[in-house]
Design a protein around this ligand. Structure first.
Ligand SMILES: [Zn+2]
Ligand SMILES: [Zn+2]
Length: 282
């Protein structure tokens, strides 16, 4: 079909809806804001699930050599001399993670404007979405070598799971934070590589405020992930790991660190929603 120049301009203008109009259009067709936002999240969630299914079919498993406590002790020495530089400071690593995440949160809060009640649904949906992503990422990417994600596999299976087993969970010193916390460059890589495109998509499909709430929730979820994972690997008896909810979830993560079952259960580091959903909770 051919359009005249003025018809074409009208056609293009009809697609240029403001974020609010776009949201209202969803509202009109679905008769309900919640349904509109939920449908959009289901769409995003399905993309991830389809990817996971594809990855699952191509999955390769490697024979696992179980580490004894003495092998863990010698691996720890080897890891420290090869990977932890003399200038490394655990507290500085922890502070940098907090600074990156909290700066991102502050920036997004600054840009929020006139948030409507219906946009707040993005918060619980992003929480569940992050939980499922955490589960799938840990189960299908961190535990199996994938093209482009070799560093993740190396850091997780070859280093983290050999440094900590279910019988040797605590760090020996604050310098061992290196093997628990994500390196800052990987945080920035994930923010730019995965967070930004998804935020732009949410911004396009829902509204600018929804995109900002998506980023804020995602960032705080990640920080919560780092806090909890660090708490599980603190020395035995530390007051943080004795907090009721932390000690309960620590037991789940401790079971995951058993090398004989690490590819089978407890893939959520935080709240075991994904494990419950996919029946891998032990
Ligand atoms: Zn761990
Ligand atoms: Zn693992």
């Amino acid at each position: 079909m051919c359009y005249s120049q003025s018809q074409l301009k009208k056609k293009i203008a009809s697609f240029r809806l403001s974020p609010e109009r776009r949201f209202l259009r969803v509202e009109k067709s679905c008769q309900c804001d919640i349904a509109g936002v939920t449908l959009q999240y289901i769409f995003l969630g399905n993309i991830i699930l389809l990817m996971a299914t594809y990855v699952d079919r191509k999955m390769k498993t490697e024979p696992i050599e179980i580490d004894t406590d003495s092998r863990v002790a010698s691996f720890r020495e080897e890891y420290r001399s090869a990977e932890i530089l003399p200038g490394y400071r655990g507290w500085r690593h922890f502070a940098t993670t907090n600074a990156i995440i909290l700066a991102g949160v502050a920036l997004c809060v600054w840009y929020l404007h006139g948030v409507q009640a219906r946009e707040l649904w993005v918060i619980p949906l992003t929480f569940v979405y992050s939980n499922i992503s955490e589960y799938l990422g840990h189960r299908f990417v961190m535990h199996h070598p994938r093209p482009g994600f070799g560093l993740m596999f190396k850091r997780h299976v070859k280093q983290h799971h050999r440094f900590f087993t279910h019988t040797t969970m605590p760090v020996d010193s604050i310098r061992d934070f290196k093997v628990v916390l994500f390196p800052p460059f990987l945080i920035v890589f994930f923010l730019l590589g995965f967070g930004t495109p998804l935020a732009l998509l949410v911004g396009y499909l829902v509204s600018v405020n929804a995109a900002l709430l998506f980023v804020i929730t995602g960032l705080l979820y990640f920080l919560n992930y780092e806090y909890l994972h660090l708490a599980y690997h603190l020395p035995e008896g530390h007051w943080v790991s004795r907090l009721p909810i932390v000690s309960r979830m620590r037991r789940l993560h401790q079971a995951h660190h058993d090398q004989s079952i690490m590819t089978a259960c407890n893939f959520n580091i935080t709240y075991p929603i994904g494990d419950w959903l996919f029946r891998t909770l032990r």
